[in-house]
Design a protein around this ligand. Structure first.
Ligand code: ADP
Length: 630
C-alpha cells in the first residue's frame, strides 16, 4: 500500500478546529478518552474471541500501557485489544457522522465553550481530544486476525496519512508528540492522578513506564522505579461488585460519566443485586438531563451487559423496556451462557427475568423518591415524565404503578405546578365519581377552555393533558383507582350530585324545547360545519363551545395527524350552546342576515377558544371589526 494523504471531511475539519482552538479548562481529559478507547478495544477483542478463538490464539494478558519518553516529549498509550485495519482507520479516525457534527455544533452553541471537554466524549470524537495536548499524533495498529500493521499520522492542519507499517503483536499504540506547553503530562505523578481520577475502575491493568530513565540512575532508584512500573495504577475492581458502603459518591459519579459521557453527576445512583431466581449485580443511574444521544439515534446505548466480567453488549432494549430508555448502567450476571449471541439474548428467559427485576427496582426507586424528595422527583418528572407515560399505554404489567408516578397540570392549579392522580382523587368534589381531563396543545389554552367551566363550577378539577403523548394516553388510561377518566370535551358529561344532574337534565330539556327552532336555524346557517347543535351541560360563562362525539379524535390529535401527513377522518363536531347565556338569547332573538353573521361569529369564537384555527381567518376578523365598530 502506498502512503496516502487524506484531507479530513469538511465538517470534520471545522469540528477539529473547534475542539482544539476553543477555550477549555480541562485538557486533562485527553487521557481518559484514550484509555476508554483502549479498554473498549480490549472488550471487543475479548468478546469476539469467545466465538473466534483464532483471534486470541496469542492468549494475551490484557493490558493498557502508558509509556513516556521525556526527552523526545512523547507519550504512548498502548493496548493489545482488537486493533484497526486500513478500513477501520478510515472510518474511525477520518470521519465522523455528519449528524454528529451538526448536533455537536448545536450543543456547543447551547452550552458554551466550557462544556467542550465533555461534549468531545459524548460525540464520539474522544480520540481527537489528543490534539488538545499534542501537535502530532501517530497511531500504529494491527488488527487481530490480520497480518498487516498500519500507521495513521496527523498534525491536524494537513489532514492525515495512512500507510503500511510494522507492529509487534496485535493492538493499538497512540503516540502523542506533546505540544511544547503541555509537557507537564509526562510526569508520572500527573498521569497517576489522572488515572485515579478518571479511570480507576477500568477492568484492565493500566501501567506507567519511562522509556528514557536517566543514564546515571542509582541502582536503588532503578529498582524502585521498576517495581512501581510493574504495578498497575488503577484498582480495576468493577464498581458494581464492590459493597455500596466502600464506594465514594465521586467514584460512582465518575463511573457514570465514563459510561454515559454525560458531563454532570447522575440524579440518582442505584446499586443493587438480584437474588433468588437469577443472580446478578447491577449499577444503575438516572441522569439529570436527557443526554445528547437523543439527537443521535444511531448512538443510543442501553444498559451494558457483562457476563462474568466479559462485556457482551449494550443494545438499547435488551435489558430495559423502551419507556425506561433514559436509564443507564451496568448489569453483570454469571447465570448467562458466555457464548450466546446478542440476538439470542433477546429471547433468553434469564434476560427476561433480569429485565423484570431491573424494571421493578427502578419503579420502586422512583416511588421512594416521590415519597421522600418531592423536589428531586419533580426535576426527574419534568425531564423524563413524558417517556414514563409511554409505559402506561405500552406496558400493561406496569401500567398501574406508572399511573401513580405521572403528574399533570390541572385547571385549578397554578401554571407550572403538577398534581399526582391520587392527590386529584383526594381533592374530588363531594359526589364526584369520575376524573376529568381535557386535551389541548398548550397548558394555558386548556386551563381556560370553556369546556371545563361547568366542571369547575361544581368544584371538580380538570387534568390538563398537554404533552404530545397524552393524547394517546387518554385512550388507554381509562381508569385510576376505580375512577373512570372522562374527557370534558367529548361525548356527554354531567356534573354534580344525582339530584343536580336530574335537575340539569330537566332544565336542558326545557331550554332545548324553547330554543329548538333557533338551534335548527344555527345548524342550517353553519351549513354542514357541525354535525349537531345542542344545549350544553358543561358551560358556565361562555356562550358556546365545540365538543367531539365520544370515540372521535381530539382536536390536538387531529392537528398532530395533519402535521404527520396522516389522513384525518372528516369528523364533524357538535356545537353546544349555553341556554342561560344572555348572548345566546340575544342572538336567538335576531333574524335574517344579522343572525347569520352572529352565528358565524359564535362558531369562530368557539374555535379560537380551544386553540383551533378559524377556517377563514380574514372573513372572521372582518366580521369582528364590523361588530366592534357597532
Ligand atoms: P468513540 O470511542 O466514542 O467511538 P473516538 O473518537 O474516541 O470515538 O474513537 C473513534 C473510533 O476509533 C472508535 O469507535 C474505535 O472504533 C476506534 N478506536 C479508537 N481508539 C481505538 C483503539 N485503541 N483500538 C481500536 N479502535 C480504536
Amino acid at each position: 500500500m502506498e502512503k496516502k494523504t487524506n484531507q479530513f471531511k469538511a465538517e470534520m475539519a471545522e469540528m477539529l478546529d473547534l475542539v482544539v482552538n476553543s477555550l477549555y479548562s480541562k485538557k486533562e481529559i485527553f487521557l481518559r478518552e484514550l484509555i476508554s478507547n483502549a479498554s473498549d478495544a480490549i472488550d471487543r477483542a475479548k468478546y469476539l474471541g469467545l466465538t473466534q478463538k483464532e483471534l486470541v490464539a496469542d492468549n494475551p494478558e490484557w493490558r493498557i500501557d502508558i509509556r513516556v519518553d521525556s526527552k523526545a516529549g512523547t507519550m504512548a498509550v498502548e493496548d493489545n485489544g482488537i486493533g484497526m485495519d486500513a478500513d477501520d482507520l478510515e472510518k474511525s479516525l477520518g470521519t465522523i457522522a455528519s449528524s454528529g457534527t451538526k448536533a455537536f455544533r448545536q450543543a456547543l452553541k447551547e452550552k458554551g465553550g466550557d462544556a467542550l471537554p465533555e461534549l468531545i466524549g459524548q460525540f464520539g470524537v474522544g480520540f481527537y481530544a489528543a490534539f488538545m495536548v499534542a501537535d502530532r499524533v501517530r497511531v500504529v495498529t494491527k488488527k487481530r486476525g490480520s497480518d498487516k500493521a498500519y500507521v495513521w499520522e496527523s498534525t491536524m492542519q494537513d489532514g492525515y496519512t495512512v500507510e503500511e507499517g510494522e507492529r509487534e503483536g496485535f493492538g493499538t499504540t497512540i503516540m502523542l508528540h506533546m505540544r511544547d506547553d503541555q509537557k507537564e503530562w509526562l510526569e508520572r505523578w500527573r498521569v497517576e492522578d489522572l488515572v485515579k481520577k478518571y479511570s480507576d475502575f477500568i477492568a484492565y491493568p493500566i501501567r506507567f513506564a519511562r522509556v528514557d530513565p536517566a543514564k546515571d540512575e542509582k541502582e536503588e532508584d532503578r529498582k524502585r522505579r521498576e517495581e512501581n512500573e510493574a504495578k498497575p495504577i488503577n484498582t480495576m475492581v468493577a464498581l458494581w461488585k464492590r459493597p455500596k458502603k466502600d464506594v465514594k459518591p465521586e467514584e460512582y459519579a465518575e463511573f457514570y460519566r465514563h459510561l454515559t459521557r454525560d458531563w454532570e453527576d447522575p440524579l440518582e445512583t442505584i446499586p443493587f443485586s438480584g437474588e433468588g431466581q437469577v443472580e446478578f449485580k447491577a449499577l444503575l443511574f438516572l441522569p439529570k438531563k436527557a443526554t445528547m444521544e437523543l439527537f443521535m439515534p444511531d448512538r443510543k446505548r442501553g444498559l451494558s451487559l457483562y457476563v462474568r466480567n466479559v462485556f457482551i453488549g449494550d443494545d438499547m432494549e435488551m435489558l430495559l423496556p423502551p419507556w425506561l430508555r433514559f436509564v443507564k448502567g451496568v448489569v453483570d450476571s454469571s447465570d448467562l451462557p458466555l457464548n450466546v449471541s446478542r440476538e439470542m439474548l433477546q429471547d433468553d428467559t434469564t434476560i427476561q427475568k433480569i429485565k423484570q427485576a431491573v424494571t421493578s427496582k427502578i419503579l420502586s426507586v422512583l416511588e421512594d423518591m416521590k415519597k421522600k424528595d418531592a423536589a428531586k422527583y419533580d426535576s426527574f418528572h419534568s425531564t423524563f415524565g413524558s417517556v414514563l407515560k409511554e409505559g402506561i399505554y405500552g406496558d400493561w404489567t406496569n401500567a398501574d404503578r406508572l399511573k401513580k408516578l405521572v403528574k399533570y397540570p390541572t385547571a385549578r392549579g397554578e401554571s407550572g405546578k403538577k398534581t399526582f392522580l391520587e392527590d386529584y382523587v383526594k381533592d374530588m368534589a363531594p359526589g364526584q365519581k369520575d376524573i376529568y381531563f381535557i386535551c389541548a396543545e398548550r397548558e394555558e389554552a386548556a386551563r381556560s377552555a370553556p369546556q371545563t367551566e361547568a366542571a369547575r363550577k361544581h368544584g371538580c378539577d380538570v387534568l390538563l393533558f398537554c404533552d404530545p403523548v397524552d393524547d394517546f394516553l387518554a385512550e388507554s388510561f381509562r381508569e385510576f383507582d376505580g375512577h373512570s377518566l372522562v374527557d370534558v370535551a367529548r361525548g356527554e358529561v354531567q356534573f354534580g350530585t344525582d339530584e343536580e344532574k336530574k335537575a340539569e337534565k330537566e332544565r336542558g330539556e326545557k331550554a332545548g324545547g324553547e330554543l329548538k327552532d333557533f338551534m335548527e336555524a344555527v345548524k342550517k346557517e353553519l351549513n354542514g360545519k357541525v354535525s349537531d347543535v345542542r344545549v350544553s351541560t358543561r358551560l358556565d360563562g361562555s356562550p358556546c363551545c365545540l365538543v367531539a362525539q365520544s370515540g372521535a379524535p381530539s382536536p390536538s390529535m387531529v392537528r398532530m395527524m395533519r402535521a404527520m401527513n396522516e389522513p384525518v377522518p372528516e369528523e364533524k363536531r357538535i356545537l353546544e350552546i349555553n341556554a342561560d347565556h344572555p348572548l345566546v338569547r340575544k342572538v336567538a332573538a335576531m333574524d335574517g342576515e344579522q343572525r347569520a353573521k352572529a352565528v358565524e361569529m359564535l362558531y369562530g369564537a368557539a374555535l379560537v377558544a380551544e386553540g383551533s384555527p378559524v377556517p377563514d381567518g380574514a372573513r372572521f376578523t372582518k366580521a369582528l371589526y364590523e361588530l366592534m365598530m357597532k
